[in-house]
Every structure is written in structure tokens, then in C-alpha cells.
Write a protein that binds this ligand. Sequence first.
Ligand code: XMP
Ligand code: MG
Length: 184
Amino acid sequence: MDPADMGDDLERVLLTEEQLGARLDEMAAQIDADYAGRDLLMVGVLKGAVMVMADLARRLHTAVEMDWMAVSSYGAGTTSSGVVRILKDLDADLTGRDVLIVEDIIDSGLTLSWLLSNLRSRGPASVEIATMLRKPEAAKVEVDVRYVGFDIPTDFVVGYGLDFAEKYRNLPFVGTLAPHVYGD
Ligand code: XMP
Ligand code: MG
């Protein structure tokens, strides 16, 4: 899909496919350097992280293992409560592993801080975080994030894995939606 396919549903493009790709190149180079000679397990958080995981992993020069977890925040709507339920757990045993959590976006940080302590309790050698997007002004808890693609404003964004009501995940860019899409 390109911006024109969105018609008047698109408010504006925040990050183009080219900008995302260029930043992913840099992030991959950094991860390659940091994990040289180590055996990395990348943990993607479904569903949003699918695009970042696929694009980041393919840029690495090291063979990595990829595993997936699905979590859900209790409570509806677009804000996170920090109370998390595991919908799909990892297949891998984390004991002694170097783990890199791969996220689409960090908003309040509540989901991630829960996930971080959950994974740390499983005896890994290390746990770091890579996220494509972060909303610094929305942070409710400070989470130490090793690799950040872009810091963005607090507006709700879609595309590149991120959805509104399960739609728009397949946009290759990140954008904001016109108000009429939200029905208000
Ligand atoms: P917290 O607040 O716990 O939330 O850091 C992280 C999760 O909330 C979702 N989220 C978004 N999803 N556009 C989306 O499509 C956004 O702008 C957005 N902000 C937060 C997302 O599932 C993320 O993993
Ligand atoms: Mg979502």
C-alpha cells in the first residue's frame, strides 16, 4: 500500500518507508556489533512487531533465533493498563540466553516493563530491548531501551505493524489517521 491507497483516511505520513529502512540499517549494524560472537534470541511481540522483526532480522549478518510472544493489556481502548496477560508464550527456554525483545512501539512503557521483568525471571544471560517507535512524552515508567528507531509525538499512529481496529498493519510507512476514521 502507498499513501494514495489510503484516500482521505490518511491524515499524514510521519515516517516514510525509506526513512524506516535507513534507520533499520543503522540499528542492525549496531546490533551486529554489540552481539558479535554471541548467540542471539530475538523475541518479537505479536502482532505489531512482525514488520520490525522481519526487516531487522534480515539486515543482520549473524544467524539469530526468532521467537514470539503475544500479550494483551487488560482493559479496552487505546491506553494500556500495565496489567498484562500472556496469550502466547515463548517456545524457547531463556536460561543463559542473550535475549533481545523486539517491539513496534513504546507508549506508556507499562506493557514492556511488565514483559521485561517476566523475561528476566526466567534466568537469561541478558535482556535488551529494540523498538521501532517510542513516544517519550507518554512514558509512565522509565524503561531502559537499547535500540530506538524514532522518537515520535504522542499521537496515535498506524502502519508498519501498528493497527487501528486490526487495520492498516500492512502500510509500509507510519502515519496518522484522519479524525473521521475514529468515528468522531
Ligand atoms: P504501552 O502503553 O504499555 O503500550 O507502552 C504499548 C502497546 O500499545 C499499543 N500502542 C499503539 N498501537 N498505535 C497503535 O496502533 C499507537 O500509536 C500505539 N501506541 C501504543 C501497541 O500495541 C503497543 O505494543
Ligand atoms: Mg494494537
